[in-house]
Design a binder for this molecule. Structure first.
Ligand code: AGP
Length: 601
């Protein structure tokens, strides 16, 4: 999950490339680099840190980035530590070829030993092996294009890659190769761009050609030649991306995460408007989806991270309103440890990015078995939306912050609408969502309450717990992930009843324990469980619903149908995580070791 941008045009490209790279920084920000081919001399600049650090180095080294073709990369390290040598672009030994890579070359060590024994490597990365192999095959007498194809043919079949390659001797061309990692070619009158995510280059174009697995593109400033995995030239229609470039800006917000938390009420309304007509009837859901789901005897929800947490909540809508048994699986587990399936399974993939490699691996295996698949994603034209039988949009707008927030609530809402469409919720969902959006906004507008809770409960703390039962346990898992992934406070989300079976031994004086109490049938039990932690010195913070509130609760959520409560209870958790991170002076949008789209397994 790295950010990749290339541009070959009639104007100077360095600044548009760096601007695009900055927008893709959420995909990885350990280190970054740019190569500009200006015919006479080449400019290769690399730096640890993000794009701003790269700009500082360019400034300090007084590099002249004049040129009308170039490639750039922000890295999330897979092989090799975070340092300048391991940053991309990588250069061939003789300085003729330059390459950036997103993905993993599984058999890079074997290739080094078999073909590149006499090459002096600059880095410890798997990616550098690719550019040195190209150089070797060109020296053996093959063309650059054929050498790229030969390099690809040597990669292990499991290897995921998006490569951009430049050849000093063909200064206007960018060679693009793609397998499993996302890659788009953008078309404009002033040149053509290549990016791992359209939002990096929306200032330049909204029209793209997507590359499919195994394909190679040769991109020039005024044409794009596309070749299939057999080297046969093919044609492909471009598609238009409707995202407004301004949607990808933070605007007045200090961080994308806060902007995206704030947008959740709007997203709820967007989803309602998209999936319901003015007579409260379902629209924009392919009847074939409804039929395929009604024909199934069991649903399997497959997702990773926050999306998996959303699946735990979505399960309840399908079971209660559509009377369908549902199993929810972590993608990386299901892909390699498939359970015994029902006779007529239906698979639902939840994925904000539509590019998560773990989820894609599971999709490939499920499709090989011929089962029906549906992807709910925030990025249409992504790999998982393209490769599933059906796809439905989350309508959340670009989610840039690594910590997923509006995509989580959007996935829950989308699943509720789908369950309503195939079953009988006995509710007017459009009306419910309208009320919920109002309540979501009222909670979002109470930010300072959660800022105080975060400060009081979490300052100087190294660990924390979120607990609940049933739906409140599902939200506890998501609440814990939010807090730990950006504040680095070791946080566990726990089924409240399970705590006393061992983990309660971790409770010490002032250990923060947050409890969600929004489900009436277990409210009393959870209050008992939270008291057990208080008896051992915990600092307890209760987030309850009106119906289950008691004096002393830290925050009382407005009352809505209990099955929807996750849409309200998660917002305090998102804001508590945000403010705890701010208190620690950390970068909310760019937590260490993480990236937004996890395109490696
Ligand atoms: C959530 O805050 C994380 N960024 C991460 O767990 C994410 O939800 C997970 O990687 C799945 O991503 P996806 O929804 O794009 O498939």
């Amino acid at each position: 999950m790295c950010g990749i941008v290339g541009y070959t045009g009639i104007n100077q490209v360095a600044q548009p490339i760096l601007k695009g790279l900055k927008k893709l920084e959420y995909r990885g920000y350990d280190s970054s680099g740019i190569y500009i081919n200006n015919g006479s001399s080449d400019i290769l600049v690399k730096a640890t840190g993000g794009v701003d650090d790269l700009r500082d180095v360019i400034e300090k080294q007084k590099k002249d980035l004049t040129g009308t073709a170039g490639i750039a990369h922000t890295r999330w390290a897979t092989h090799g530590g975070v340092n300048v040598d391991n940053a991309h672009p990588h250069m061939s030994e003789d300085g003729r070829f330059y390459l950036v890579h997103n993905g993993v070359i599984e058999n890079f060590q074997e290739l080094k030993e078999q073909y590149l024994q006499d090459v002096n490597f600059h880095s410890e990365t798997d990616s550098e092996v690719a550019v040195q192999l190209i150089d070797k095959f060109v020296k053996d007498g093959f063309s650059t294009f054929d050498s790229i194809r030969m390099m690809i043919s040597k990669l292990d079949g499991e290897s995921a890659y998006s490569f951009l390659i430049m050849d000093r001797k063909e200064p206007d061309l960018i060679f693009v190769a793609k397998n499993k990692s996302p890659m788009l070619v953008g078309l404009s009158d002033e040149g053509n761009v290549v990016a791992s995510d359209a939002i990096g280059v929306l200032d330049i174009t909204h029209d793209f050609i997507e590359l499919h697995d195994g394909e190679i593109a040769v991109v020039d400033k005024n044409k794009v030649d596309l070749f299939d995995k057999n080297g046969k030239q093919i044609q492909r229609e471009s598609f238009h991306v409707d995202i407004d470039a301004s949607d990808t800006d933070k605007g007045i917000y200090p961080y994308y995460m806060l902007k995206e938390i704030d947008e959740q009420a709007i997203v709820a309304r967007n989803l309602s408007e998209y999936y319901f007509d003015n007579n409260d009837q379902i629209q924009n859901i392919d009847p074939n989806i409804i039929k395929a789901m009604n024909d199934a005897d069991r649903f399997y929800i497959i997702a990773a991270g926050t999306s998996w947490h959303a699946g735990l909540v979505g399960k309840r809508f399908f079971e209660q309103w559509a009377n369908k048994p549902v199993e929810v699986f972590i993608s990386s587990e299901f892909a390699f440890d498939q359970p015994k399936l029902s006779e007529k399974p239906f698979f639902i993939f939840l994925t904000q990015s539509g590019e998560t490699a773990d989820s894609r691996e599971a999709l490939i295996k499920i499709k090989e078995q011929g089962y029906p698949t549906l992807t709910l994603s925030n990025v249409m034209n992504s790999t998982l939306t393209r490769e599933a039988d059906f796809a439905l949009p989350l309508m959340a707008g670009p989610e840039i912050a690594v910590a997923s927030t509006k995509a989580y609530t959007a996935q829950i809402i989308a699943q509720s609408i789908l369950a309503h469409a195939i079953g009988n919720s006995k509710m007017n969902i459009r009306e419910e969502l309208a009320n919920i959006a109002v309540y979501m906004q009222s909670i979002i507008d109470s930010k300072e309450i959660f800022q105080k809770i975060a400060n009081d409960a979490l300052k100087n703390q190294r660990s924390a717990f979120y607990i609940g039962r049933g739906l409140d346990a599902d939200v506890s898992y998501e609440a814990a992930l939010k807090l730990k992934e950006i504040s680095y406070i070791q946080t566990e989300g726990f089924a409240a009843g399970e705590l006393k079976h061992g983990t309660i031994s971790l409770i010490e004086n002032k250990t923060p324990v947050f409890a969600f109490i929004t489900q009436s049938k277990t409210a009393g039990l959870v209050r008992g469980n939270i008291s057990e932690t208080a008896a051992r010195g915990a600092k307890t913070i209760i987030i309850s619903s009106e119906k289950n509130a008691k004096s002393g609760d830290a925050y009382v959520l407005p009352q809505i149908p209990e099955i929807f409560m996750a849409l309200l209870s998660v917002i305090p958790a998102q804001l508590i995580a945000y403010y705890a991170t701010i208190d620690r002076g950390l970068n909310v949008d760019r937590p260490r070791n993480l990236a937004k789209s996890v395109t490696v397994q």
